[in-house]
Design a protein around this ligand. Sequence first.
Ligand code: AP5
Length: 212
Amino acid sequence: MNLILMGAPGAGKGTQSEKISEKWGIPAISTGEILRAAIKEGTALGREAKTYIDDGKLVPDETVIGIVKEYLASSVCQNGFILDGFPRSIPQAEALDTLGVKIDAVLSIEVADETIVERMSGRRVCACGASYHLLFNPSKVEGICDKCGAKTTVRADDAPETVTKRLATYHEQTEPLKAYYAKKGLLLEVKGQDEITETTRLVFDALGSISL
Ligand code: AP5
């Protein structure tokens, strides 16, 4: 299955892509995670990306398209993939089309802006990649990662003023992709629920309905 996962910041893309990845045995490629790793390593890509991410804006299309191209050409994606957070603009979607990659479905997780703002304030992350929520997905010991035992932190771009900017960027540049993919008959919409497990059930139902 070649899948695109869409949704506003904090809609639950990362959470659900982990579940889909486990069930279907395909890798999740998260452009956000790749960019954060580059920031942590202090590479030229990371330094470029940081200025945009800290300001709630999209990293330039050419940069992100270049990253995704490399992943899609690698053996990692041979048996299917989940693109988590790519494409995020019409030029990115057009670039993907140009690569001739067959997409089976575009799944959009729908969550209201008010819920997003509330969710982001409770997210805690670990340097190992694990993600938690103080209320909805707490670690066993508050502030400590279940997977590696390190201290969890608040993601830099989860500050309320940055979340507001990220939401505006989403509505302006990414949401138009829903119409783009609906026209191609690929769009599946799932209403994000308060319970993570309930959202997973709806996501699995929606993906179970596509013919590969
Ligand atoms: P990215 O990392 O992709 O951030 P995002 O799209 O803003 O999404 P998030 O990772 O914040 O949230 P999510 O939807 O994965 O939700 P999660 O599962 O964590 O990108 C970061 C930045 O990189 C962008 O702003 C941009 O600058 C840049 N970038 C990335 N890709 C780019 C591209 N293609 N082009 C240009 N720039 C790009 O869930 C959130 C929280 O809610 C968690 O705490 C979770 O536990 C909780 N939760 C999840 N589901 C539920 C539920 N159903 N009920 C209750 N709680 C829930």
